[in-house]
Write a protein that binds this ligand. Structure first.
Ligand SMILES: [Fe+2]
Length: 322
C-alpha cells in the first residue's frame, strides 16, 4: 500500500481540512451571539483608590472582570463578539487602568472574539487610544470611539456619549452624556440609510444624552426610524428595562440597562442573541452589592439576595419585525 498521496487526493484532503476548520470555526463562535459588559471600573496598578474601595479587596473589580472573561472563553459556542459599554477605567480614565485590563480583553481577541468598546463618563479617550491604537482607525468618527457592528440578524450602532473634560489627563468628567455634532450627523446618516433592524448602544441612558439628533432629542429621533429596534446602555449599574413611546405612531421600543461587571449594584453581564425575527437580552447577575462587595455572604442584607434571585429569569425581548 502506497503512502504517496495523489494530487487529486491531496487537494481533496486540503479542501476537507478547510471545511473541517471552517466547521470548527462555526462551532467555536456564534455570529448571532454577543456578550455585553458594562462598567468594569477596574483600577490600574498605582491608581489612587476612592476610600470606598481601599477598605477591603481593592482588586475585586479586576477579579470580577477576569472571572467574566474566563466564563466567556468557556462558553460553547463562544460569542462572536464582546461589547463593552463604557467605564472601562476606574474613575478618572487613567492610562494605568486601561493597561491593567488590556491583557484580559486580549485573551478574548486571541480566540477570535471581536472586542467592541464604547466610552463612559469615567473614561478618557487619549488614554484609551494610547492603549488600543488600532481603535484610532477602527472608529467611524475620528477622535471618538464609535462603531457599527453586526449582531447577526441586526446591527449595533455603538455611540460614544462621553462628555470629556480634557483640561488634563486623569481628571474627572461630567456625568452627563452628549454627542459631538459629527457623531450626531453620523448617527442620523446610519439610522436613515439602514436596510435592516438596528440597535443603538451607549454608556448613558437614552434620556441622559442631551444632544439633538436631526433636530430632535435622541429618543424622539430614534423612535421615528423604521428599523430602530432597541437601545442598550450601562452607567446605572442595575439590570432594568424601560420603554420609549411614540404617541404619534403608537410605537413602543424597549430600552435595557446593563449590570456592572464588578463595581457596585447588580454585578454580572448579559447575553444577547439574534434570530431572524427576534433578539433577546438575558442578564446574568452574579451578586448585588451596595456600596461595596461583602465577602461574607452571611453578612449580606436580605435585600441583596432578593435582587439577585429576582434577576435569575429576567429577559428583554426585541421583536425584529417591528
Ligand atoms: Fe458611568
Amino acid at each position: 500500500m502506497s503512502n504517496v498521496i495523489s494530487r487529486r487526493g491531496f487537494l481533496l484532503g486540503v479542501a476537507a481540512a478547510g471545511y473541517a476548520a471552517a466547521a470548527q470555526d462555526m462551532v467555536a463562535r456564534d455570529e448571532n451571539f454577543s456578550v455585553f459588559l458594562s462598567d468594569p471600573h477596574v483600577p490600574g496598578d498605582g491608581t489612587k483608590l476612592d476610600k470606598n474601595h481601599v477598605e477591603h479587596d481593592p482588586a475585586y473589580m479586576y477579579k470580577r472582570l477576569a472571572a467574566t472573561v474566563d466564563e466567556v472563553l468557556a462558553m460553547r459556542p463562544m460569542p462572536a463578539r464582546v461589547v463593552v459599554f463604557g467605564d472601562i477605567a476606574y474613575l478618572r480614565g487613567e492610562r494605568a487602568d486601561y493597561e491593567k485590563t488590556k491583557p484580559l480583553f486580549d485573551k478574548l481577541a486571541a480566540e477570535g472574539i471581536d472586542v467592541v468598546f464604547g466610552m463612559g463618563n469615567h473614561d478618557h479617550r487619549a488614554a484609551f487610544f494610547d492603549t488600543y491604537p488600532g481603535w484610532r482607525e477602527r472608529t467611524c468618527v475620528p477622535g471618538e470611539v464609535v462603531t457599527k457592528v453586526s449582531l447577526g440578524h441586526a446591527d449595533l450602532l455603538m455611540l460614544d456619549t462621553l462628555t470629556e473634560n480634557t483640561s488634563a489627563p486623569g481628571v474627572t468628567n461630567p456625568g452627563n452624556g452628549s454627542l459631538s455634532e459629527r457623531q450626531a450627523a453620523w448617527l442620523a446618516q446610519e439610522a436613515t440609510k439602514a436596510t435592516r433592524p438596528f440597535f443603538v448602544g451607549a454608556h448613558h441612558h437614552i434620556h441622559e444624552v442631551g444632544t439633538k439628533v436631526g433636530g430632535k432629542s435622541l429618543g424622539a429621533f430614534l423612535i421615528k426610524q423604521p428599523l430602530f429596534r432597541g437601545y442598550i446602555h450601562g452607567h446605572h449599574h442595575f439590570w432594568k428595562t424601560d420603554r420609549l413611546l411614540d404617541w404619534g405612531r403608537y410605537t413602543v421600543r424597549r430600552v435595557a440597562t446593563l449590570p456592572s461587571v464588578g463595581f457596585w449594584g447588580d454585578l454580572g453581564h448579559a447575553l444577547f442573541r439574534t434570530a431572524p425575527h427576534l433578539a433577546q437580552l438575558r442578564p446574568v447577575i452574579k451578586e448585588f452589592c451596595f456600596p461595596r462587595h461583602q465577602p461574607d455572604p452571611a453578612k449580606c442584607p436580605a435585600t441583596w439576595a432578593a435582587i439577585v434571585a429576582d434577576a435569575q429569569n429576567a429577559t428583554c425581548r426585541f421583536p425584529l419585525d417591528g
